[in-house]
Design a protein around this ligand. Sequence first.
Ligand code: NAD
Ligand code: TYD
Length: 332
Amino acid sequence: MKILVTGGAGFMGSAFVRHVLANHPEDLIVNLDKLTYAGNLDNLKEVEKNDRYKFVKGDITDEPIVSKLAADQVDVIVNFAAETHVDRSILNPRDFIMTDIVGTYNLLEATKKYKIARYIQISTDEVFGSTPKKFIEESKFDPSSPYSASKAGADLLCSAYTKTYQLPIVVTHACNNYGPYHYPEKLIPLAITNLLENKKVPVYGDGKQVREWLYVDDHARAIDMLVRKEDVDSVYNIGTGEELANLDLVKRLLQLLNKDESYIEFVKDRPAHDQRYALDSSRLREVGFKPKIKLDDGLAKTVKWFQDSRWWWDKLKSGEYLEYYKKQYQSK
Ligand code: NAD
Ligand code: TYD
């Protein structure tokens, strides 16, 4: 099978690329990635010499390049490419609208034109907004940030293309992922790398917001299953049921790194901060997917990886990152 992966140099896309190449000796992967600040070829060092893997630097909003790649005997497209950080979307929404919506439109057009056998849109639980009870696949979209609104826009395009053109599209809504190669602007890698640098961890507001956590290799396994399964639904939630308040999560990381609570710094809350994300993932369980890594084990593995991989993250925390960081974290 030949898979066109977009955004495969990011955190979750690179985990999927590594997973497929390691587990499917017949498969070919073409990875189209723009290499934004979040795209990083260091994430793919272990596969860069694999002759079943090809990297193409390019933008999913660029119609000719998408068309050229899709036309070349692609069986499946998996779209991980996106602007992904809520706080950056609040500072500057434009790139989110371009990549997440217009980019998805381009990929859907290519799916239609070249009769791609399956298109998988990697989306998020954030499209549903905040919830007192678990979201099912049919829950109403109610996005709170420019990021989640642009992901919701892309998801709506997917469902319209499914209905209008009968395209074989699967949309997945995953909960928060974590693990190796996670860019250190997101809570878990930011907290771990700050603690390894003896800096404090910024906690937004009261830290009582709840997120559901999934180890990134488990996410890659779920998507791999949906790439290959014969009969698929058009939408799946991908969660673990392992929910935790941000402050409790940070306390677990402090424990793993032998730091006390003086390393917590409460900072200004995020505007329109969603209180809780939680998914009902029974549809995916029914077709045979079960996460393997429990949160406690996953956090310990992740901390160990960041301890051993300073070569990877040290250089990321400078330049543009520092400018962004200064704008973002103003103490109360
Ligand atoms: P990431 O920010 O780590 O990586 C995004 C990748 O997309 C980067 O390699 C970047 O270079 C690439 N990219 C951005 N704009 C592009 C463009 N115009 N053309 C081509 N490539 C482009 O993101 P991630 O955390 O790996 O997330 C991957 C996908 O999963 C996203 O669609 C995101 O919305 C979704 N998602 C993420 C989470 C999470 O917890 N991280 C949870 C659920 C869903
Ligand atoms: P984040 O990792 O940005 O993911 P998302 O916003 O997509 O869920 O944030 C996870 C949670 O942690 C979210 O409730 C915001 C909070 N948070 C902090 O408290 N401090 C931080 O420095 C960051 C980045 C996030």
